[in-house]
Design a binder for this molecule. Structure first.
Ligand code: BG6
Length: 370
């Protein structure tokens, strides 16, 4: 069933163009309007929502963190993201006007199930974003928005993550459409960009896999890796670090690039590998320039700087030991591309170390105890 790939993870990484395309499928009507048939929550309730709380664990929580940037930008609804096990036990403020979004690949993560139950007891409406049809979380929620990534076998999540981001974006656009925050043509443009993503992911798989493999091979003895990102690149950096911990048992941390000077820069020593996710030059304000200075700062202290940047961004070249280019897209869509090299890096590094990438030690695909 691995379809000729060395591992399920390798197959699932290559399934991602399809996973994203399938998650978009059937969710637009002939006029390009979003139609979420599964949205069994009264439109008036959705219109009155005054806060969104995303609850999830692990990789799914990072998908939620990416989505927060998009949902707040498009809908102007305050959005929090919280680890399900923390949410449940801290007496959170949840009312009938709170919309809780529970993200889970398996639909069986006990920490998330308990958080869903808690939220519903407080009167909140819960939407599940889930990859497993008929599992507990969607069954116990008010509505379910399924990611159509297909079965994910490898313990470390890849295609489920990208589909979760896509499903959250569809939810955000749907709420924006419903609440009239965005004009129709604006939503159409965003959806058009979303539809161009599968081909761009395929391009990364075709063009950069061997470069990332060589990079992983050269770095199989590293003791720690730091990941830096800003805006949506920040949760991407944390997801890249998580993949490396899970698969290669290497100490890794994802930091917000802006936080570097407030502490993490003390970690930089000669030869420290730092992987930096660079925002688009056309993106918000001056974030590109700020992240470029971060690259210079760590490089000046001896770091080995590997940069994920947008094609055509030649400015990064002079400060990076190596640049991995991904196709151009909008700021908010970038995580659907920049995550790919990080997934491949972790998988290839674990493979180079002779580890089982599908079944890492001490981990289970779905944790059904609290
Ligand atoms: C962890 C898995 O235990 O659960 C992670 O090892 C996963 O890969 C997390 O991201 C959440 O799982 P789920 O099924 O709720 O998305």
């Amino acid at each position: 069933e691995k379809g000729g790939f060395a591992s399920f993870m390798d197959k699932e990484i290559h399934d991602q163009p399809q996973a994203v395309a399938d998650t978009l499928l059937g969710r637009l009507d002939t006029e390009g309007r979003l139609t979420l048939d599964e949205m069994h929550i009264d439109e008036n309730v959705l219109k009155s929502v005054d806060k969104i709380v995303v609850i999830a664990c692990g990789t799914a929580a990072y998908a939620g963190q990416v989505a927060k940037y998009a949902i707040e930008h498009w809908c102007r609804i305050p959005t929090e993201v919280e680890l399900a096990h923390e949410f449940r036990y801290r007496d959170p403020v949840v009312t009938e006007k709170t919309l809780v979004v529970a993200i889970s690949q398996s639909g069986e993560t006990m920490d998330t199930i308990m958080a869903v139950r808690h939220a519903r007891q407080q009167g909140a409406k819960v939407i599940a974003i889930c990859n497993t049809f008929g599992s507990t979380i969607p069954r116990e929620s008010d509505a379910a928005l399924y990611t159509h990534a297909g079965p994910e076998i490898a313990v470390a999540s890849t295609k489920a993550f990208l589909s979760q981001v896509v499903a959250c974006y569809l939810l955000g656009l749907y709420l924006a459409q419903l609440r009239g925050n965005k004009f129709r043509d604006e939503i159409g443009t965003i959806l058009g960009e979303l539809q161009s993503i599968p081909a761009k992911i395929q391009h990364i798989l075709d063009e950069t896999k061997s470069q990332v493999l060589a990079l992983a091979d050269r770095n199989q003895d590293v003791g720690s890796v730091l990941f830096l990102g800003r805006h949506v690149g920040y949760p991407v950096a944390m997801e890249g670090a998580l993949k490396l911990k899970e698969l290669a048992y290497i100490h890794a941390e994802g930091f917000a690039a802006g936080e570097l000077k407030h502490g993490p820069i003390a970690l930089i020593d000669d030869g420290q590998l730092v992987i930096i996710v660079v925002p688009s030059k056309r993106g918000r304000d001056s974030l590109h320039a700020k992240v470029i200075s971060n690259i210079q700062e760590v490089r000046a202290r001896g770091a080995n700087t590997v940069v994920i940047a947008e094609e055509g961004d030649e400015e990064v070249d002079q400060f990076a030991s190596e640049v991995i280019y991904v196709p151009e897209t909008t700021t908010l869509m970038a995580p659907l591309l920049t995550t790919l090299p990080l997934q491949i890096f972790a998988m290839e590094l674990a493979t180079a170390k002779g580890l089982d990438v599908d079944q890492p030690r001490n981990l289970a695909k779905s944790v059904t105890v609290e």
